[in-house]
Design a protein around this ligand. Structure first.
Ligand code: ATP
Ligand code: MG
Length: 210
């Protein structure tokens, strides 16, 4: 669905190295709980805080893993825009550009609690806050009350509109999965079967020095 047809668009940003159930369940919760028309998965280029991604998948592989993971979900789509651009693009720039192109669309940027707590360190938090509503879910066992406190703080500081999603704490990260794979541990059920097959076919993360 294009943004001209959709009014409430979720954006699920991440490095997705690899995509896993945490990302997928988070996006599905946002879709269902905020009546979104669609959720766009937007794999990032190499962000400044993840420049040292030696042993990670290539851009093309990260993109393909996302495509495989979401292909059977009609309200998920893939947006490779950030990755295609030369150099790194900030979330604030991406959201500002989207909002400029589609002023009638409401954008919902979907994040886990770790991103909520590091929000102050993001590039131009006030620009992000102006151009989207943030939807956030628990991660790393952060308490709801600590999250509510942080939400209130960011509202006061940037005028950020942030809502909590209902989601169980899922203790999974791409970093863990890369290590597990290197150790030969199974990733089954943590990533969709098609992603696992692709990873195995290409030997992704297998021989990496992480
Ligand atoms: P890495 O370990 O490489 O940082 P990651 O698992 O944190 O990978 P990212 O691509 O960094 O995945 O995350 C993209 C977004 O998804 C972030 O906002 C992050 O908070 C959220 N997210 C990732 N995993 C989970 C999870 N298990 N529960 C809730 N949110 C998650
Ligand atoms: Mg992360």
């Amino acid at each position: 669905m294009s943004d001209t047809a959709a009014r409430r668009v979720g954006i699920m940003g991440g490095t997705f190295d690899p995509i896993h159930i945490g990302h997928l369940i988070l996006a599905e919760c946002a879709y269902g709980q905020f009546q979104l028309d669609t959720v766009r998965f937007m794999p990032s280029g190499n962000p400044p805080h993840k420049m040292d991604r030696a042993g990670g998948a290539t851009d093309e592989e990260r993109l393909e893993m996302v495509r495989l993971a979401i292909r059977d979900n009609p309200h998920f789509s893939l947006d490779a825009e950030e990755m295609r651009r030369i150099g790194f693009s900030y979330t604030s720039d991406t959201l500002a550009a989207l909002k400029r192109q589609n002023p009638d669309v409401d954008y919902y940027f979907i994040i886990g609690a770790d991103s909520l707590f590091s929000f102050d360190a993001w590039h131009e938090p006030e620009v992000i806050s102006r151009n989207c509503v943030l939807l956030t879910a628990v991660r790393d066992g952060r308490s709801v009350s600590a999250m509510e406190e942080k939400i209130e703080e960011l509202r006061a500081r940037y005028g950020a509109r942030i809502h909590l999603l209902e989601m169980p704490n899922l203790a999974v990260s791409s970093t863990d999965l890369r290590f597990w794979r290197q150790e030969g541990r199974s990733l089954r059920y943590y990533v969709p079967d098609a992603v696992l097959e692709y990873m195995e076919q290409r030997g992704i993360y297998r021989d990496a020095v992480l």
